[in-house]
Write a protein that binds this ligand. Sequence first.
Ligand SMILES: Cc1ncc(COP(=O)(O)O)c(C=O)c1O
Length: 395
Amino acid sequence: MASNIVTIDLSALRHNFKKVKEWIGPSARILCVVKSDAYGHGMLPVAKVLESIGTDYFGVFEAEEGLALREAGIRTSTLVLKGIDADEIPAVVEYDLTPGVFDLGITEQLSDYALKHGKVVPIHIKVDTGMGRIGVPWEAAAAFIKMLLHMKGVIPTGIFSHFSVADEPSHPFTDVQLERFQKVVAVAHDLGIKNPEIHIANSGAILNQKGLDNHLFRPGIILYGSPPSLICPHKDDMEPVMSFRSKVIQVKRVSPGTSISYGRTYIAEAQRVIATIPVGYDDGYSRLLSNKGAVLIRGKRAPIVGTVCMNLTMVDVTDIEGASPGDEVVLLGKQGPGCITAEEIAEQIGTISYEVYCNIGKSNKRVYMGGIEGQRSEVRGQRSEVRGQKLKVGG
Ligand SMILES: Cc1ncc(COP(=O)(O)O)c(C=O)c1O
């Protein structure tokens, strides 16, 4: 029996999806980003729920994630955000995946392969409007599109880009990116790409109402219940989907001068009561929480004392009356009146909620609740289940 359990609340996921629909309007469409094992929440169970409530697209990072969706019976259009390598071409064609494209050479190979197999593959053109990551530089997009239109085995059905600061409501660079993107879309239209899917808005843009004249939106983190930053509007309107629980395994009274854990970074100044929890950095619970973070026991906060170890963490329960071995410990989520959010943990360790979810989700056994029949089901939360697969298709 695992002592540490990540619970994924699928009813919270449905709530967040409905909220996104409210924010983007009834006629807008959604591409749910489920890459990186749905940010640690488990790509397949998450995608099954999102498909059942009407997502229009999925966004994965690489082809093997798309293949895993197809093998699980998920048929919704799936965009491969990273673009593709030569060895991913057969899977893309066979499994009806839609690659993002920004490289003429690989797109030509895809086109040739598709034609040889009697297919025409839909592609979305990825434009770099200022993220400085992948994508055709926006100034070079016209030349790129002209070349692309000679390739008969691919058909551009979408044009997309990615914001770099859309989570900062008044940052002027979002409008700069938007303007560049609109120019590229206009050029594409003039070159003959008439009704492509146009998409640029991530969670930050959705909350800050940027790029809303597009009709396809690409939320990730807001589906999982966190705002992309704490300065976004509606930051309290989502419900966190993931929670993380453990149990106290020992409680002991220590005398003044007692040191706790590696490096003796905590020394009790007075008599204290210390509880030990079987959670550590191997469970995605960051060592940077040492002497900083807190957990919930009996509805109250217990601060972490000393260094977080690989598998064990100590907390001070002096003020929690009756704290005993076997007590439930909430590391992320709610207990009684208390709540620990991924944003709080992220701030303590100098990162973002995205990383907190990915690390905790991939390292622990996951239990799903709030499914269609309200059943509980258990899935070992290992990213390797999806990413370790081989692209086992011929050709
Ligand atoms: C290309 C792309 N689109 C959309 C998203 C979703 O972003 P967010 O989770 O901030 O909504 C991501 C996430 O990293 C992404 O890489």
